[in-house]
Design a protein around this ligand. Structure first.
Ligand code: ADP
Ligand code: ASP
Ligand code: MG
Length: 456
């Protein structure tokens, strides 16, 4: 029997690294050069959005648009197959998955309904398709580069066990670990490289689930933890984590290193570069995390570490858009106890997570994702306890760094920089790594641009 010799590496490639044959080929070369044991991939760029649109248009009965969307998904994959001169068996396997897209879409059109469970089955097809195609691309590159590893397409639903909270399922860490010990043990010995799907999992009964949009980063971290991996590499379209989103500030600087705490704050407070929960499994299991660009694999990228050489006051900043500010007021709060308990019970019941909170004598203001309020029943329930005011379309701006709550004059510098912009709520004190405040959505980009100029 072989023994484990090298470190175990899980590499994740996002949608832009799967955009077409060229991107897939580059990603395959990186997988081989970096010695990945498990490669977790996202859907082909744009495909998840198309599937999500089907899930909205089909229940609305818009057959014409649904057919267009199905064709668009088909074209994207067939184009790659044609360019790579795919084998007949790969073409057949892709056809089977594409007909699954059509069947589910037709079912939704007929029933005029899309349950969360049906949604997950539909959107899971993005990753099931991309991983199928990518496994063949990787097998060919492996041959060309004379790597003697065997490439195996692996259905992650056999390993990534979740609860049945469809569309935003939570992993069962213990069960996932046990399944990885059973099914993925060979990855450690270096003879096999597995190609598998991000974003999707399955309940213990085998029903397909998803971890929420952008969830492939989280999947890769969970799989890395379950496999006992040493390193998690996240390959995307930017050469590492930057001081802010380079799409908003073109002078944003790439960071060579960032701490787990800072990176977790950045991800939670809206930086799309990492799914918010990605770092939890990595931190729990002591896995090193690297973020780099599959377009420029030789750039240094960013390492996420426990300890970094520097600890700047402001390392980075992020925006979290589509936020609602909910203000709950009642005179009953005056010198009373238990009010916060009652309202948190309601948020808990609706599985809504609160991002930040401030209180005064008779009111509480908190921020939530706009989407959390789509279910109007939560407002009705809160209204039974107090008066409820909702302001939508706000953006949470966060500054992330160190000793933020112990630095004199910091607030003055921040608010001088954003002079003239209406600040709706401020949160400081809960973490030494974060200072955040709410602004209107039209002021958000300008706020970040001015803060970046002031601090970085
Ligand atoms: P993938 O498909 O590889 O998961 P995403 O689009 O989800 O890629 O995430 C990468 C994007 O995150 C970048 O293109 C960039 O615009 C955005 N982003 C937001 N904040 C940052 C940041 N601080 N550093 C780098 N990229 C960021
Ligand atoms: N394909 C999924 C999405 O677009 C998951 C991911 O890419 O992380 O949300
Ligand atoms: Mg992503």
């Amino acid at each position: 029997m072989s023994t484990q010799t090298n470190e175990v590496i899980v590499a994740k490639f996002g949608g832009s690294s799967m955009a077409n044959l060229e991107a897939m080929t580059r990603s395959a070369q990186i997988s081989v050069n970096k010695g990945a044991n498990m490669v977790v991939v996202s859907a082909v760029y744009g495909v998840t959005n198309l599937l999500v649109e089907i899930s909205k248009k089909a229940p609305a009965g818009d057959e014409e648009r649904v057919n267009e969307l199905i064709h668009e998904i088909e074209d994207k994959h067939r184009q790659i197959l044609q360019e790579m001169q795919a084998s007949e068996s790969l073409k057949d396997d892709v056809t089977v998955l594409l007909s699954e897209v059509t069947m589910i879409a037709k079912g939704m059109l007929l029933l005029r309904e899309c349950s969360d469970r049906a949604y997950d089955s539909l959107v899971s097809l993005g990753e099931r398709l991309s991983s199928l195609v990518f496994s063949e691309v990787l097998a060919r590159i492996n041959e060309q580069l004379a790597s003697n590893k065997k490439v195996e397409l692996f259905d992650i639903r056999q390993v990534l066990v979740t609860d049945d909270n469809f569309t935003k399922a939570a992993p069962d860490i213990e069960a996932t670990k046990a399944r990885a010990d059973q099914f993925l043990v060979n990855a450690k010995y270096g003879d096999i490289v597995y190609v598998s799907q991000g974003f999707i999992g399955a309940t213990s009964d085998g029903l397909t689930t998803t971890l929420g949009r952008g969830g492939s980063d989280y999947s890769a971290a969970l799989v890395a933890e379950a496999m006992g991996a040493d390193t998690l590499q996240i390959w995307t379209d930017v050469a590492g984590i930057a001081t802010t989103d380079p799409r908003i500030v073109k002078e944003a600087k790439l960071l060579n290193e960032i701490t787990f705490s800072e990176a977790a704050e950045l991800a939670t407070f809206g930086a799309k570069i990492l799914h918010p929960t990605t770092l939890t499994p990595a931190l729990r299991a002591g896995i090193k995390v690297f973020v780099g660009s599959s377009y420029e694999p030789n750039e240094p990228g960013t390492w996420i570490k426990n300890d970094t050489e520097s600890a700047p006051l402001i390392r980075a900043m992020a925006l979290r858009r589509e936020q609602s500010l909910v203000t709950l007021s009642t005179p009953k709060m005056l010198q009373a106890h238990g009010f916060l308990f009652e309202i948190f019970k309601i948020f808990n019941e609706f599985k809504v997570s609160i991002d930040s909170i401030t209180t005064s004598e008779i009111s509480v203001a908190l921020t939530l994702d706009d989407s959390a309020l789509l279910n109007k029943k939560i407002i009705d329930r809160l209204s039974e306890l107090c008066s409820v005011k909702v302001e939508k379309d706000l953006t949470l701006v966060s500054l992330i760094g160190n000793e933020i709550n112990h630095t004199p004059n910091l607030a003055a510098r921040i608010f001088n920089a954003v002079e003239g912009i209406n600040v709706r709520m401020i949160c400081l004190g809960a973490s030494k790594h974060n200072f955040c405040f709410l602004v209107g959505k039209n002021d958000a980009d300008q706020t970040i641009q001015r803060l970046h100029k002031e601090f970085i």
